[in-house]
Design a protein around this ligand. Structure first.
Ligand SMILES: Nc1nc2c(c(=O)[nH]1)N[C@H]1C(S)=C(S)[C@@H](COP(=O)(O)OP(=O)(O)OC[C@H]3O[C@@H](n4cnc5c(=O)[nH]c(N)nc54)[C@H](O)[C@@H]3O)O[C@H]1N2
Ligand SMILES: Nc1nc2c(c(=O)[nH]1)N[C@H]1C(S)=C(S)[C@@H](COP(=O)(O)OP(=O)(O)OC[C@H]3O[C@@H](n4cnc5c(=O)[nH]c(N)nc54)[C@H](O)[C@@H]3O)O[C@H]1N2
Ligand code: SF4
Ligand SMILES: [Mo]
Length: 712
């Protein structure tokens, strides 16, 4: 019997309340970080415009966290009082007034555009930005600048799962059911996700499931806290999940678990998929994946006999050059078992960033207009152009995807200016050595941030912005539930909101109207722009969200209740049926060889968030996770003569990074792991591969070939 899922992970309780006697009356809002968007009450003392003594209390009325928070959430108040907060614009590294900084940025943008055309100016956004910001950023790029060159960090996040969901279901709502459905399942397969560290309160839903007798299966090359708590751990070779999914479907067919009635009534294309998995017999899959046949059989039995079952994917299977096909193979498995679009069962992608779901819907993507519309669809262009009051012909077409955009900066045909909001690519982009050169070759780099991130430190113009609890905006959580993140404390003097920055730049570029800085006004326009699109927000208002605690999209009118389970009656395809698509396994873009004999995989630790720009500045978090490390098996450590805690150099074809050795006998002996949260020599992305998925354009963050050396 597996261990019960714990209630404490790391040093902080994740499900209990703090003592509440001293808690001041505060504002109900949401966490600054991940897509769980835990509800919290933020209270603080304010005197002379300075915020002190911030207290954070978890909300019980938000089902995703229901009274729990992780260590990052508990300590988020320190973001509001941090001494490293930016409060003055910088031009060429020197403090400047807002007028000077905005004038300088706008005049350089105008000059570069006049000389080289609008596509010489690029815009890069983030999945942590509110819906209002993501929407206005997309409009700013297309209307105020006129550029096609806009994309965002979500391309590095869940884009493969989004592409696979659109391929299968006609629509990408990451989790097409309320998170509380998990507790009612009889079996859950998590492929490449480590929620015990990446979304600790999520575990509560799995604990409830297991307490009812449900089975948890986790596929991960490492024995993570999530895998350790599972009934079955499939300790897979990195980059081989596609073969695993094909093998599981092969077994499901062979052992009679396929739901023929569901397939006939709700899907198309099964015959081709059945044929495509016929050669994926279990012994062959075991040779490729390292997962024992017996565990595969048990997995299929658990999923196949469950009355209700869920298949979930995380970045572990998605961040590969074949991520879209891998997720497709897991969706094929779920469809064959009859799960998606039925009550209490389904497939979901576990979205990561705070507004990872909403951030991929409203137009900061290279190929997209608001409402999850395609920018190459004439009807979508006509609708959005009418809301924006422009000629549809004036809207640019699709631009480059995130890595392709970064890779093109400063090249002969590439952009010469970049405006960046809510991302820190000098830590988080693949093959970061290349990205350092590309950013350095720009004529203009403008970064909006709350702190001097590694990327902001390289900018010509830095604009200090307000953050979560200092401003209001909507966030769409991993369930597709639109939430209101309310202003709870005063912003420090000297900072402006991202909306105000866009408004100020647009005015200087000749657009004094159409770029309001009031979030609700922007949301009202977003509602109209999204109306009739797949992600239809037209029935959602700030008032409704406040009253109802969140509204699920699509919500096409104010009297519509919202859509917690969009696929119950039909999928979002033209014929209403889900589509099976046959996919083929292939090895990682860069496999191991004599010179680089180990797989490197990368990911997260509980106490750090993303590029670390925010969390590396919070004392309790840096104490908990102070520096870059390399997790490796003791046998491997012995071979290279390194002891626990000694410094290691990790070398790939693209660069070299360093971290302290962390010996762990539960990791595969052919695999090393590094978190990607750290700066300088600790950057895992000095090593990672830029091979892109052909459909989602996702880089292969999760597997490349490396060798280890003891640091001199
Ligand atoms: N603490 C913390 N929480 C976060 C974040 C953070 O930075 N820190 N970021 C947020 C964001 S944006 C995201 S996207 C989510 C990500 O959430 P997760 O997807 O849970 O996070 P990762 O750690 O990137 O990857 C999950 C697991 O995939 C495994 N893995 C690596 N390679 C493979 C492989 O080839 N196959 C399989 N099956 N597994 C593999 C890793 O060992 C890792 O344990 O977390 C969110 N929450
Ligand atoms: N090797 C490797 N690399 C990875 C991954 C991996 O698993 N392995 N995961 C990838 C994934 S899933 C993701 S999501 C990316 C994330 O990587 P990044 O895009 O770098 O994400 P963050 O660190 O969240 O960057 C957000 C930045 O915006 C700032 N910020 C926060 N709030 C605001 C705001 O409201 N306005 C503005 N203007 N700025 C704000 C923060 O201070 C920070 O500097 O990394 C990717 N990179
Ligand atoms: S799980 Fe995510 S949303 Fe919840 S407290 Fe932690 S970082 Fe914040
Ligand atoms: Mo992400």
């Amino acid at each position: 019997m597996a261990k019960p899922l714990g209630t404490t992970i790391g040093s902080m309780p994740i499900t209990s309340h703090p003592t509440t006697e001293h808690v001041k009356a505060g504002t109900a809002t949401h966490c600054p970080y991940c897509a769980l968007q835990c509800g919290m009450i933020v209270a603080a003392d304010e005197a002379d415009g300075v915020v002190r003594n911030v207290s954070i209390t978890p909300r019980r009325d938000i089902p995703a966290n229901a009274g729990g928070l992780c260590q990052k959430g508990w300590t988020a108040g320190e973001l509001l009082t941090n001494g490293e907060r930016l409060t003055t614009p910088l031009v060429d590294g020197r403090p400047a007034t807002w007028e000077e900084a905005l004038d300088h940025a706008a005049s350089r943008i105008a000059a570069i555009r006049a000389e080289h055309g609008p596509d010489a100016v690029a815009v890069f956004g983030g999945g942590g930005l509110t819906n209002e910001k993501a929407y206005l950023l997309g409009k700013f790029a297309r209307v105020a600048v006129g550029t096609s060159q806009i994309d965002y960090n979500g391309r590095f996040c869940m884009s493969s799962a989004a592409a696979a969901s659109i391929r299968a279901f006609g629509m990408d709502r990451g989790m097409p059911f309320p998170i509380t459905d998990l507790a009612e399942a009889d079996a859950v397969l998590i492929a490449g996700g480590n929620m015990a560290e990446t979304m600790p309160p999520f575990i509560r839903h799995l604990t409830l499931m297991r307490e009812r007798g449900g089975g948890l299966i986790v596929a991960d090359p490492r024995r993570t806290p999530t895998a350790a708590a599972a009934d079955l751990h499939l300790q897979i070779t990195p980059g081989t999940d596609l073969a695993l999914a094909l093998g599981l479907l092969h077994l499901a067919i062979a052992e009679g678990y396929v739901d023929d009635d569901y397939i006939a009534a709700r899907t198309t294309g099964f015959d081709a998929v059945r044929t495509s998995v016929s050669a994926w017999w279990p012994e062959r899959v075991e040779r490729i994946t390292g997962v024992p046949v017996a565990l595969m059989r048990e997995t299929v039995r658990l999923l196949g006999t469950a009355r209700r079952a869920m298949v979930l994917t995380g970045r572990g299977v998605e961040q590969h050059a074949k991520g879209t096909d891998t997720v497709t193979a897991f969706i094929n498995l779920a469809l064959a078992l009859g799960l998606p679009g039925t009550e209490g069962s389904g497939y979901a992608c576990i979205t990561g960033q705070g507004n990872g779901q909403g951030g991929r819907e409203h137009g900061q993507k290279a190929d997209q207009l608001p409402g999850y519309r395609r920018i190459d669809d004439p009807a979508a262009r006509a609708h959005v152009a009418s809301v924006w009051g422009v000629d549809p012909a004036a809207l640019p077409g699709p631009g480059r995807s995130a890595y392709e955009l970064l890779d093109a900066l400063g090249t002969r045909d590439g952009p010469r200016a970049l405006l960046l909001f809510g991302s820190n690519p000098l830590v988080s982009a693949p093959h970061v050595g290349r990205v350092i050169d590309r950013l350095a070759s720009l004529d203009l780099l403008v970064v909006c941030d709350i702190v001097l991130s590694e990327t902001a430190a390289a900018a010509d113009v830095v604009l200090p912005t307000t953050q979560w609890a200092e401003e209001t905006g909507t966030m769409t959580n991993l369930e597709g539930r639109v939430l209101l993140r309310r202003r709870s404390v005063a912003a420090p003097s000297g900072v402006r909101s991202d909306l105000a920055v866009l408004s100020g730049l647009a005015a200087r570029l000749g657009h004094p109207r159409g770029f309001p800085d009031d979030p609700e006004e922007v949301f009202e326009e977003l509602r109209r722009a999204s109306a009739g699109g797949p992600a239809d927000y037209s029935g959602i208002t700030y008032e409704r969200i406040a009253e109802e605690g969140g509204v699920f999209w699509p919500c096409p009118s104010e009297d519509h209740p919202g859509t917690p389970r969009p696929f119950l009656d039909r999928f979002a395809t033209p014929d209403g049926r889900a589509r099976f698509t046959p996919v083929a396994h292939r090895p990682p873009a860069e496999d191991i060889d004599e010179d680089y004999p180990l797989y490197l995989t990368t990911g997260r630790v509980l106490a750090q968030y993303q590029s670390g720009a925010q969390t590396r500045r919070i004392a309790p978090l840096t104490e908990a996770a102070p520096e870059a490390f390399v997790e490796l098996h003791p046998d491997l450590a012995e071979r290279i003569g390194v002891a626990d805690g000694e410094r290691l150099q990790v070398i790939s074809r693209r660069g070299s990074a360093s971290g302290v050795a962390r010996l762990n006998s539960t990791i595969r002996a052919d695999t090393v792991f590094m978190p990607f949260h750290y700066a300088a020599e600790g950057r895992a992305n000095l090593l990672t591969n830029t091979a892109l998925d052909p459909i989602s354009r996702m880089p292969e963050f999760k597997v490349c070939a490396v060798r280890l050396e003891k640091a001199a």
